[in-house]
Design a protein. Structure first.
Length: 197
């Protein structure tokens, strides 16, 4: 005789399949939630790590900005000190130049010439005087050129004076020259041998 199963086995099988499906669905949902949580935690850790790096970089940038500001202050102080040093060096160099200039003015004056005025503006000097003759003025110009302190002397004016002037010095002249920079002036002033002409 045949065995007949009268129990509702198909429904049992269907319920078991649904239960297995629900278990798999729950396991998949839990695994997906776990993955999402793990990925979220990973990216949160990465963001936190990057924020710490950014904070460190901002701190270091602030330090560098302070150092740059300090370097700028030091550069400004250095440039001010260099300007002061240059002024002192210029004064030191020009200190002896005036002495040499006046010494050469005296040494270069030949007989027959009298200086009345010397005026310096910048590196240009204008000398006014009287002379016995035009030849004496020419000699004076040659002496100035040879002095080493004055360069490029040029006769601006030479004219005969009126009756009020000294009859021994009838000519009035004006000479312009350039004062030599201190570094081009010789240490030993010239003896002014031409001044005796």
């Amino acid at each position: 005789m045949r065995k007949i199963n009268l129990l509702p086995w198909r429904e049992e099988l269907r319920r078991e399949a649904q239960r297995n499906f629900m278990i798999l669905l729950i396991v998949a949902a839990v695994a997906a939630a776990g993955c999402v949580f793990a990925v979220n935690r990973y990216f949160d850790a990465q963001i936190s790590n990057q924020n710490q790096r950014n904070a460190y970089l901002n701190t270091e940038i602030a330090k560098l900005d302070r150092q740059i500001a300090r370097i700028a202050e030091l550069d400004e102080t250095r440039s001010r000190l260099l300007e002061r040093k240059q002024v002192i060096e210029d004064l030191q160099a020009n200190r002896t130049l005036m002495v040499r200039l006046f010494d050469q003015l005296v040494r270069t004056v030949p007989t027959g010439i009298r200086l009345l005025n010397a005026r310096q503006v910048g590196d240009q000097i204008t000398i006014t005087g009287t002379s016995q003759s035009n030849a004496r003025v020419s000699t004076y110009l040659r002496n100035l050129e040879a002095s080493g302190v004055l360069h490029n002397p040029q006769l601006r004016i030479i004219e005969a004076e009126t009756e009020e002037t000294d009859s021994q010095m009838p000519y009035m002249f004006t000479v312009a020259a350039t004062v030599a920079p201190p570094e081009t002036v010789d240490d030993e002033p010239q003896t002014g041998t031409e001044a005796a002409e």
